[in-house]
Design a protein around this ligand. Structure first.
Ligand SMILES: [Zn+2]
Length: 382
């Protein structure tokens, strides 16, 4: 079935290719020549359908040379090859076009862009980078080339170059990339952190936050660095910023916040802060952690009272799990079975999900591995 759909898609693409060519040729008045062209084109098409792409490419190249105005249809054919994963054919077609001495200069830059995209997809990033840098000189295609270069540097994790190119793109396209540029700074900051250069790591995260004041990741890095230095008040300030940046990320820092307040012997303040957050925002559930803190600071019966009151107002799966856990002492077989079911549900449904493409994972990726959107993944609400 899948191969049938694939095949049908391929045929539809080819029909579109021929229609495109026919439309391009409508402008031409030389009917007799057009007829000869038609038969050549259909022969080329025949080769394509019979999987003899090399012969087909040869014919199409010959034809485009006699009328460069039809180049769009050839570029379409190239992108059909690329989308079908036949990169060798796409590359061959685009390289052959570039090798034609008669290729008009106004079309050259478009072929370079297409070949760059082939190389990029084939993983030949150095070659692709070279071509996109050539394209930059043409002001009509600067934005597109910069966007591809940014993707390449991101793929190669060359964050410094990614920042330079992204800033240039911002100016060229008059389009803000601040959240993405801030993420690039966070990547650099993480690198310095793992190298042990905490000062540089901090400077980069501060830069990230100054570029995008809503960068949750930079606040988390700065909060963790402050904890490392024993500056708990400063850490708390950074973590509390997340409420106003994007509150759904708040659950990520609850354990760090607890560490800070514990060190200041002020867990009561933390409980009231978390209670106010949980009451204010429907998108997060902090009930289980609040229950644990109430048990620790006050007593078990206060925790149960809080839990049962809150669960009536804001039911959640993790709240049910906490309810079963807290009643464990008087558990019977049936309840123990329910707890197992809820634990399993929690295990299956916990984690992070990309709001852009729906990709799910157990750990948080700031760059979605599936659709490559920054900050697309968010903690799931259970
Ligand atoms: Zn995604």
């Amino acid at each position: 079935m899948e191969s049938f759909i694939e095949w049908r898609w391929y045929i539809l693409s080819l029909i579109a290719f021929v229609l495109g060519w026919l439309l391009a040729k409508r402008k031409s008045k030389k009917t007799r020549r057009q007829l000869r062209f038609s038969s050549d084109y259909f022969q080329g098409l025949n080769y394509l359908l019979n999987d003899e792409q090399d012969k087909a490419i040869e014919i199409f190249l010959r034809l485009v040379e006699s009328d460069w105005q039809t180049i769009d249809t050839h570029l379409t054919l190239g992108s059909i090859f690329r989308r079908k994963g036949e990169l060798d054919k796409a590359i061959k077609l685009h390289q052959s076009l570039l090798a034609r001495p008669s290729l008009p200069s106004e079309y050259k830059v478009r072929v370079l862009l297409e070949l760059g995209r082939d190389y990029q997809l084939a993983g030949w990033l150095d070659r692709a980078e070279g071509l996109f840098n050539d394209v930059l000189k043409d002001s009509d295609y600067t934005e597109e080339a910069l966007r591809h270069l940014m993707d390449i540097y991101q793929q190669e994790q060359e964050w410094g170059s990614a920042i330079t190119v992204a800033k240039r793109y911002q100016r060229a396209a008059n389009n803000s990339l601040k959240p993405v540029i801030a993420q690039f700074h966070c990547e650099l900051s993480d690198k310095e952190f793992s190298r042990g250069d905490l000062k540089e790591s901090e400077a980069l995260a501060v830069q990230g936050l100054s570029i995008d004041e809503n960068c949750v990741r930079a606040s988390i890095i700065l909060g963790k660095l402050a904890i490392q230095r024993g500056r708990y008040k400063r850490a708390i300030r950074f973590f509390k910023q997340i409420e106003f940046q994007n509150v759904v990320y708040m659950p990520l820092v609850i354990s760090h916040l607890t560490e800070c307040y514990r060190n200041q012997s002020n867990l009561k303040s933390l409980i009231s802060y978390l209670r106010s957050l949980d009451e204010k925002y429907e998108s997060i559930s902090l009930i289980p952690v609040i229950v644990d803190l109430i048990t620790e600071v006050y007593d078990r019966s206060s925790a149960i009272e809080y839990l049962s009151t809150r669960m009536k107002l804001k039911p959640s799966l993790d709240g049910v799990q906490k309810m079963l856990e807290i009643n464990l002492s008087n558990v019977d077989t049936q309840e123990s079975y329910i707890k197992e079911v809820v634990d399993q549900l929690m295990h299956d449904q916990s984690g992070y999900q990309c709001s852009h493409c729906g990709y799910s994972a157990k750990s948080l990726y700031w760059l979605c591995p599936s659709c490559h959107t920054w900050s697309g993944m968010k903690p799931k609400r259970l």
